[in-house]
Ligand binder design. Structure first.
Ligand code: 13P
Ligand code: SF4
Length: 311
């Protein structure tokens, strides 16, 4: 039974010993963020995974993120502290049903948000993340019809900002779909000068009242550069750690959810499956590791590479 401090120092020791790198998403608990070599959004994490010289990548994030790292760096061992760390959005797009959806819309270019399985990536022409989605859609000739999957909220947002008529898969994230418009507006009444920062996975009504809509990394950047002293942050609460660290003089308020039954607060139940202890054990045992068939890996790699070339 090691304390958190002991776990942190053991992780750092093992990391050196095994030439491992820890890549963490902003939605991880802050104790994990603090020992990571790199903390970032989905795009930054995939770029890091593609360029690292480490022998082992410990992915403190969810399964599709670690899988993307393995697709990009097959010769490296990619560890995920708990294979159960999935994603409701990725789960909302099963392979067979998506194949049928694709067949029903022939001639469409398929743009998939990175929050999907390797099988869905393999059925896609190009991948995007929340920070490059507009740029990716804009890169496709205007007369080419597009399917966008799996997030319907991001899809609707992209229709608005690109002016394109996208065919949308009806998937969503349980966390971003649970923020309450009424409660956010009530919170803003108490803090009239607060800026609302929202992730594009949030519902249309919330994006309409947001002052800024973008990826986690860009929300963090905005919170540092914007002159406001109070921000209502409508995304997973883990990002508040970096916002408060970067701007300790500012007030960051987590956005309230519609119901408190699904999860106690704006924490992603999948992201929070990872713990310091599981991270320590997976690095010690080099297990669980991400593996995927080479044929699938190559099919999923091509659309990710197209994204990275455009980013
Ligand atoms: P970002 O790429 O903006 O960090 O988003 C990742 C994610 O899972 C959002 O729910
Ligand atoms: Fe998936 Fe939502 Fe969790 Fe992001 S916050 S990993 S989209 S379930």
């Amino acid at each position: 039974n090691l304390t958190d401090e002991q776990l942190q120092s053991e992780i750092l020791r093992l990391k050196q010993e095994k030439n491992a790198v820890i890549l963490a998403h902003y939605y991880q608990e802050w104790k994990i963020q603090e020992i990571a070599d790199y903390v970032g959004d989905s795009l930054g994490l995939s770029q890091q995974a593609a360029m690292t010289n480490a022998d082992v990548i410990v992915f403190a994030g969810v399964h599709f993120m670690a899988e993307t790292a393995k697709i990009l760096s097959p010769q490296k061992k990619v560890l995920l502290p708990d294979l159960e760390a999935g994603c409701s959005l990725a789960d909302s797009c099963p392979t067979e049903a998506f194949q049928q959806f694709k067949d029903a819309h022939p001639g469409h270019v398929v743009v998939s948000y990175v929050n999907c399985t390797a099988e869905i990536k393999a059925l896609s022409d190009i991948i995007c993340t929340s920070s490059n989605a507009k740029k990716i859609i804009d890169s496709i000739p205007v007369d080419t019809p597009i399917i966008f999957a799996p997030d319907v909220n991001l899809g609707r947002y992209l229709k608005k900002v690109t002016g394109r008529d996208l065919v949308l898969w009806d998937g969503a994230c349980i966390v971003h779909d649970s923020f309450s418009l009424d409660k956010i507006q009530a919170l803003q009444t108490q803090h009239p000068d607060a800026k609302i920062l929202a992730h594009p996975e949030c519902s249309h009504a919330i994006l309409e009242i947001a002052d800024y809509v973008d990826s986690t990394a860009n929300m963090l950047d905005y919170s540092q550069k914007n002159a406001a002293s109070t921000f209502i942050v409508v995304t997973e609460e883990g990002i508040l750690h970096q916002m408060r660290k970067a701007s300790p003089e500012k007030l960051f308020l987590p956005a309230p959810l519609v119901t408190y039954t699904e999860c106690a607060c704006g924490e992603c139940p999948y992201m929070r499956i990872n713990t310091l202890e599981k991270l320590y054990l997976c690095l010690l045992r080099e297990d669980p590791a991400i593996e995927l068939p080479e044929e699938l890996r190559l099919k999923a790699l091509a659309p990710i590479q197209r994204m990275l070339e455009l980013s």
